[in-house]
Design a protein. Structure first.
Length: 546
């Protein structure tokens, strides 16, 4: 752990208000008995005196952001007679004899200074404030908008009356409003924040940031920013597909059979039907049923579950975008994927040339590179490498690269492992890797001109796979043959092999038009746009129980 140093926030608050960073290890335990005891006693005293620790309504008139925008013109020391009511969490505080300062933070991370003076609120009210209010509490303040003598936009607390048109209905116009009021008492202290010798802001450990994301969002602006960025990206994706004429539907998460991808499922038991069910690993087979039913352009953004490993780019529960377009192909979906990723970058970040977490710049603009999986691997290896390379030779190449090969793997799976080791994790710029082996892609149409290959691409960014697309296999006879081959693979020990889905085959036998289909992990798109790991892009990721 880096060495720690004492830090205070930049000056700018009257009376020298500072955000003190204690030079000690952070507290990351549920056991904080003394501080919790004191805070609970404050709550009980407040209630016993007829007050409220968690009131229903408050006389809020404005957001902090609205005030900052409206009164940005105030000069140092300028005061107004405008009275407002605001609320936020107390993040900084300094109590003086006759003057107290606090900084309130709202849910968007906007901050504003509030000032409470004995002259305005009265000595008794000021004493009560000092006794009752702690860092982390949510606080309501009513007062006049001013610019302090240090030029800080502030609310000078004073009692008043409720105006018409409050942001929070339930308080009558003209009703008396206190200068301040606890909006929600925090019974636990906020985690301390630190600055390491290298300048890194530190508070909760990485593990605790994930386990207690609510604390992470309180103390770390980038955690709140990720939540909003994710929402903006989802909004952009839905906008793209809506404008392109796609219809969004919801497919079952509980399924009798698991299919649509090569992955291990989670299983569960449904008591009402007394049957075993699976959490879906992909929505593909149901979205294709919709295409058979006449929904020519269909998409879904929803959760998938895969009972596999968890690391910096994999989560057992993740959000997937899948889309299918009748009379399209994998070329159609390549164009659409580039378009909606670039649109998401523009809509959410304002640019297609994004700045990553480490400060580096990543360019998503323009056209993207396309390469052949086998040709790129042959070039990287400096030897012949094709769909016709014998399995025993593939095993040898994989072992030379330090890759383990399972006995049940087919030649196509081994070839993909070799590609990943020799090429895939080195692909930095956005790259469509095209034309994969047939035996590892059972739901994909055979290539029009290249025997043994299928019309599939994987999109790589910064060395990891972001999306995949097919020219969809729509011939039910060939699809049955592929499923039967998968069943044989399962019998030979492949835990990721697909099962034969008779209902899906029946749907296809009614005629599925030629189609292109694509799938992309939404969490991985956030990784591509920000440079963060997958657990940082998921607001509440699944973590192992302590």
């Amino acid at each position: 752990m880096p060495a720690l140093k004492h830090r205070v926030s930049p000056a700018g608050y009257d009376g020298g208000v500072t955000d003190v960073k204690m030079n000690a290890e952070p507290v990351e335990t549920d056991e904080i008995p003394e501080q919790m005891r004191v805070r609970k006693e404050k709550r009980e005293r407040l209630l016993s005196e007829g007050g409220e620790a968690y009131p229903v309504v408050l006389a809020i008139t404005s957001s902090i952001a609205e005030l900052r925008k409206k009164y940005a013109h105030l000069t140092t020391g300028e005061e107004t007679t405008d009275e407002v009511g605001i609320a936020g969490r107390v993040m900084l505080a300094r109590n003086g004899g006759k003057l107290c300062f606090a900084t309130l933070q709202d849910g968007a991370g906007q901050r504003i200074q509030v000032m409470l003076s004995a002259a305005e609120v009265g000595a008794d009210s000021l004493a009560q404030y000092k006794a009752d209010v702690d860092l982390g509490d949510h606080l309501f303040v009513h007062g006049r908008v001013i610019s302090s003598r240090r030029g800080e936009l502030s609310i000078l607390a004073c009692p008043g009356t409720a105006p018409a048109g409050l942001a929070t209905p339930g308080i009558a116009e003209g009703e008396a409003v206190p200068a301040w009021q606890i909006a929600a008492k925090s019974l636990r202290p906020l985690p301390k924040t630190y600055t390491a010798q290298d300048g890194t802001e530190m508070s909760l450990s990485e593990d605790m940031r994930v386990r207690r994301r609510y604390l992470d969002m309180i103390v770390r602006p980038s955690a709140r920013d990720m939540v909003r960025l994710r929402a903006d990206v989802v909004k952009s994706l839905r906008s793209y597909f809506d404008e392109a004429g796609f219809i969004e539907i919801e497919t079952p998460m509980l399924q009798n059979l698991h299919g649509g991808a090569a992955a291990r499922p989670f299983s569960t038991h449904m008591n009402a039907y007394d049957t075993e069910l699976y959490l879906r690993i992909a929505p593909e087979l149901f979205l294709k049923r919709a295409v058979v039913g006449g929904v020519d352009k269909v998409f879904e953004i929803n959760r998938n579950f895969r009972n596999e490993g968890a690391d910096s780019s994999h989560s057992p529960e993740f959000t997937m975008l899948e889309a299918y377009e009748a009379y399209g192909s994998y070329d159609t979906m390549a164009r659409r994927t580039r378009e909606f990723i670039q649109k998401a970058a523009r809509d959410a970040l304002g640019t297609e040339v994004v700045t990553l977490a480490d400060g580096s710049v990543y360019d998503l603009s323009g056209s993207w590179t396309e390469i052949s999986m086998f040709e790129a691997t042959a070039q990287a290896l400096g030897r012949e490498f094709s769909v016709d390379t014998p399995r025993e030779e593939l095993v040898k190449i994989a072992e030379e690269l330090g890759e383990d090969v399972a006995d049940h793997w087919g030649a196509g799976k081994i070839a993909e492992v070799i590609f990943e080791a020799a090429v895939g994790d080195k692909l930095w710029e956005p790259t469509f890797v095209r034309d994969y082996p047939e035996d590892s892609s059972p739901l994909t149409r055979g290539h029009r001109t290249k025997k043994g290959l299928v019309e599939k691409w994987d999109l790589y960014v910064r060395g990891f796979e972001l999306a995949t697309a097919y020219s969809e296999l729509v011939d039910p006879v060939i699809q049955r043959e592929r499923f039967e081959a998968q069943a044989l693979a399962a019998a030979n020990g492949d835990p990721e092999a697909m099962v034969l889905d008779e209902d899906f085959l029946m749907a296809m036998e009614y005629g599925m038009p030629p189609a292109g289909g694509m799938g992309m992990g939404l969490d991985r798109l956030l990784m591509a746009l920000t440079g963060q790991g997958i657990r940082e892009t998921i607001t509440f990721p699944l973590v192992k129980k302590l």
